[in-house]
Design a protein around this ligand. Structure first.
Ligand SMILES: Cc1cc2nc3c(=O)[nH]c(=O)nc-3n(C[C@H](O)[C@H](O)[C@H](O)COP(=O)(O)O)c2cc1C
Length: 178
């Protein structure tokens, strides 16, 4: 089966997540079409039979180009088994209200685009302090302080649960083949 793995990324973690999803798909004997939605490249998608789209939350929303892509492709996406991976930091918060808030990040996107993915997975992202400029590092460090996330800015911190992600992909593959 051919599965589109479309992603948007700003700092690179969602690309890493999409690559892991594609590797899981290929390991299961299927074909993954890895596509960077924000690349602006023309996409010749062929005929994917399912889709897993991934996008990060920045300032409480998904990248604009990602939302445009979903809006444009919504009717196709709704016609095949499809799934969404929302990448955020809030989902790893130790405060239940914040985790709950993170589970609602997709609501606006899905309402606005009409996309109805069969499955939604919430993956924790990464803090790449060493790659941020001074201003961004300051903002993200304050956010991390508030959420009890690591504030050691001398290195990067990755929170993605790769085992949970693989279980999600296996679930989507089962669904897609049902
Ligand atoms: C400028 C900036 C703003 C962010 N805003 C949020 C936010 O509002 N909520 C949240 O849960 N995570 C937020 N994050 C955390 C990102 O979702 C996390 O770093 C993720 O790994 C970024 O994915 P990417 O590397 O694919 O861009 C923010 C990160 C950055 C750098």
């Amino acid at each position: 089966m051919i599965i589109l793995v479309g992603y948007a990324t700003i700092e690179g973690q969602t690309r890493k997540i999409a690559e892991a999803i594609a590797a899981n798909i290929e390991a299961a004997g299927d074909r993954a079409l890895l596509f960077d939605i924000t690349s602006g490249a023309e996409y010749a998608l062929g005929h994917p039979e399912a889709a897993i789209l991934c996008a990060p939350v920045h300032a409480a929303r998904y990248p604009h180009a990602f939302a445009s892509f979903v809006r444009q492709e919504a009717s196709w996406l709704n016609g095949v088994p499809s799934a969404f991976v929302s990448v955020s930091m809030l989902i790893r918060s130790e405060f239940e209200e914040e985790q709950e808030e993170a589970t609602h990040f997709p609501d606006g996107l899905l309402a606005e685009t009409g996309w109805k993915p069969a499955r939604v997975h919430h993956a924790a992202g990464a803090l790449r302090y060493t790659e941020y400029d001074f201003f961004k590092r300051w903002i993200i460090r304050r956010m991390a302080e508030h959420e009890n996330a690591p504030t050691d800015v001398s290195r990067d911190h990755e929170f993605t649960d790769w085992v949970a992600l693989k279980a999600f992909v296996d679930d989507v593959l089962t669904l897609a083949k049902a």
